[in-house]
Design a protein around this ligand. Structure first.
Ligand SMILES: CC(C)(COP(=O)(O)OP(=O)(O)OC[C@H]1O[C@@H](n2cnc3c(N)ncnc32)[C@H](O)[C@@H]1OP(=O)(O)O)[C@@H](O)C(=O)NCCC(=O)NCCS
Length: 174
């Protein structure tokens, strides 16, 4: 059974180990998540979640409000896309840290849970993702879930592809 729980400072070593996993490095080569600091705070604009499979931690997700994030990660993108910025949104980061748990449907389940959590807030009209442009496998997975390509964007040192799922598309998949 797959379950989500809040990440805590007790997950510090786990998250630092996952940061070194090849599939995580490949997907997120440049970001420093500052776990030792960030796991100690719970700002209202984000949730940091651990996915457990039958009690074993296998992956991580962050669900954030890009407009309220105090790291300013999405600020330039939102400023450049006022029509999208007008819709309250959530942005999701996801990875599976345990290599032997890849490719078995767990990431799809995690994302579906994150989408349900995001859209449970009646104000939220869309969910955003920012895979590396080169991460074609993740992009294909997101497209299968109904996300559409909005366009390329450079976040820091990373060339990404912004993808978006509207509440309407979430309600009526396919
Ligand atoms: C992307 C990810 C969360 C998907 O979870 P998953 O449990 O592996 O995927 P599922 O079994 O639910 O679905 C399979 C699909 O996921 C994608 N996928 C599988 N392994 C992947 C990998 N190592 N990297 C990226 N995408 C992958 C593919 O689209 C795959 O379909 P395919 O086998 O037809 O190519 C997971 O593969 C992962 O953590 N990858 C490494 C980190 C990453 O790319 N994170 C996303 C950053 S935007």
């Amino acid at each position: 059974m797959l379950q989500l729980r809040e990440a805590t400072i007790d997950d510090l070593a786990l998250l630092q180990r996952w940061d070194e996993a090849p599939q995580v490095v490949a997907a997120d080569p440049n970001d420093d998540w500052g776990w030792a600091t960030e796991l100690l705070r719970r700002p209202a604009w984000r949730r940091q979640l651990i996915a457990e499979l039958d009690g074993r931690p296998i992956g991580f997700m962050e669900i954030a409000d890009p407009a309220r994030a105090d790291d300013g990660y999405w600020a330039d993108w939102l400023a450049a896309h006022p029509a999208y910025a007008a819709t309250p949104s959530r942005a999701i980061d996801i990875w599976i840290g345990e290599a032997d748990a890849l490719g078995q449907g767990h990431g799809t389940r995690m994302l579906q849970d994150a989408l349900r959590l995001s859209f449970a807030d009646a104000d939220v009209g869309a969910v955003l993702l920012d895979p590396l442009a080169s991460n074609t496998r993740a992009r294909a997975l997101y497209a299968r879930l109904g996300f559409v390509d909005i366009g390329p964007w450079r976040f820091g040192d990373d060339d990404c592809q912004v993808m978006r799922l509207s509440r309407e598309a979430f309600r009526s998949p396919g």
